[in-house]
Design a protein around this ligand. Sequence first.
Ligand SMILES: Cc1ncc(COP(=O)(O)O)c(C=O)c1O
Length: 417
Amino acid sequence: MHIHWMDRFADRTARIQPSSIREILKLTQNSNIISFAGGLPSPEYFPNQQIMRATRRALEEHGVEALQYGVSDGFLPLREMLVRHMLRYGIVCTPENILITTGSQQALDLIGRVLINPGDSVIVEEPTYLGALSAWNAYGAEYVTVPSDDEGMRVDAVEHALRTTHPKFIYALPNFQNPSGTTLSNKRRLELVRLADQYEVPIIEDDPYGQLRYEGDHISSLFSIEAYNACLESDGVNFPMARNVIYLSTFSKTLCPGLRVGWVVAHHDVINQMVTAKQGTDLHTSTFAQVVAYETARGGFLDRHIRQLRRVYIERRNKMLAAMEAYFPPGVVWTKPEGGLFIWVTLPHGLDSHELLKKAIEDEVAFVPGSDFYPCGGGENTMRLNFSNPTLDEIEVGVKRLAGVIEAAMQRRQMPA
Ligand SMILES: Cc1ncc(COP(=O)(O)O)c(C=O)c1O
């Protein structure tokens, strides 16, 4: 008997859709298409030599630990190093507040596992990171969306959502947001933390890009703002820690995504629950990958490498902005990110970027249609462009091709260019 598998899958699978980004990436692989679609770091700047040396050291110096089963919360020297690394960004914690995850994507899934009951609502900005929606759809999350502008998530809208719904948590991407590239202003961060505290709603702060700032000053994380508030309220005896913010970051954009090493910083009650959930998922993140990440990053290499990436990516960002300025027709607007990997483009109303993508692929350029980042619909006339993966020449040629596709679509619709 041949089982008809489609009848056997769990109900939750109906809510799990394949990622359109992965589908586009499949299309663009091994072709002449210039892709602005993925969120991929530049492969020319992967730290190959450093990782080779680190792999040797991992085996020579930590052979048993690297190859054996490990503890679920993660390789202790790595967590200790992260404590020191994050301190530089104003995040104060102890190794007990850190869980190493198999990329930040797993952290999002574990958060869904431990926090979301079917039907729970989650406040997300619009547009928001598609991967978080994919993770939480499986747990039956519903979304309350709030609009964003050049200063990031509109906090007045968050307040309205908090007053009218009972969300499980707020999902925020304060730095160089994926997909829009915008940064939440300091004023809004302070207000968001205050509101979350007032309404007793936790914040999930997803920060894979915070270290990739190309201009402007570092802005305190929601985690550190909350910890500072906790400090003011503390008894002066106990160590003040953020209580209501769960902070996520990763080595995917600063070392390489193939390692699949990310981390969560949170109150130990949250970490303990996530550790338990992780035991049922993968027992622990690959010990080998963790030891290699540790041996690669330590001794100041991570900071030096991040400085190099900043120099490379600011050039690519500037190139893309200049090419857009030169080639895009009037009526098209875009964000000017201070860091991260993405620029967000808004086309004149009436244009559908999904339609445009088909033509763009024929003309050998790709992007991600923006509506995919809107959980409740909308954003048809928007698109996300990645500038970290293509070379400077590819950016120039690709933006020119894309401008041609947009202009042709505007002409077909008889829009003034
Ligand atoms: C906002 C955001 N969160 C999480 C992730 C997942 O990162 P990781 O590769 O660490 O799983 C990404 C990856 O692009 C991202 O942009």
